[in-house]
Design a protein around this ligand. Sequence first.
Ligand SMILES: Nc1ncnc2c1ncn2[C@@H]1O[C@H](COP(=O)(O)OP(=O)(O)O)[C@@H](O)[C@H]1O
Ligand SMILES: [Mg+2]
Length: 288
Amino acid sequence: MNAAKTCWGIYRELEHSPGRIGDDAAILKRVGEALAERGFSVELVAADAADAAFETPRANIFAMCEGGAVLDRLKAAEKAGSVIVNSADAIRNTYRHRMIELFAQHHVSAPWSQVVATDASKLRPPAGVWVKRYDFHATQPDDVIYTASENGWHEALRRFAKRGIPFIVGQENVAGDLVKFYGVRNGVLRMDENWFEWFYHRDKGMVGHSFQASRLRQESFGAAAALGLEIFGGDAIIPADGEPVIIDLNAWPSYARYRDQAARAIADCLTERFRRRLRAVAPTQSDP
Ligand SMILES: Nc1ncnc2c1ncn2[C@@H]1O[C@H](COP(=O)(O)OP(=O)(O)O)[C@@H](O)[C@H]1O
Ligand SMILES: [Mg+2]
């Protein structure tokens, strides 16, 4: 098997795909098919069955997994010369405590947020606040709780402490319309040429504040760049002033509504990343 023309896709762990196991698997498979059409030989594997990918020198890997142990292995493979998209660091940067820090450093438009120890008797921030698990994105309903009272705040902290979760992120509520967005950050394209889609969340009431989609694109790509994500999606609020606020950013979402378009954009991005490395190390070898 020609390792340069082979690539591995790693599925998201089932426990990190609450309610989205089918959609998460479907986008990885669709990307695999699009890469096969582009001349790659593709292997799709579960995060706990990815030894062959990790043991192959200079492997081409695209990854939806998120757990700490497999990210350590991805990082080691990256250091040894494999190309990994999204990178292990970028995936880890979506852990909420890292994300809020990086958003602050890079001046991403995001709500006031703070990491708080769940055993602290800290006063709640003023007004409504979202209490979120500090590391992973929600894997169960109790991972994100809205509280509007002092009692609710302490009860939320107690619930996380009881589950053995030592920290939460407390985040200011942003009033406005919830929008979901999906993007692919292909480094050879300009930001305005990159694939990007957004839509209103069907289950949430909305007012319909007017805003410029180009501002949402700009903030979303800025947020993705701050974390180092190439394949990303997230949530934003459009407040009354029309200036988008990024409240959440995820590595490699399910892209459910736009699977075919997204798969093509992702496959283009991956082809570029895998071939660029090929050209760098073996300029005489023909591209796949
Ligand atoms: N700061 C916020 N302001 C307004 N709504 C929020 C805020 N944070 C979360 N929400 C609401 O809660 C939902 C879930 O929060 P989010 O941070 O996206 O977590 P996850 O995607 O891991 O469940 C959001 O889609 C949004 O509807
Ligand atoms: Mg979200």
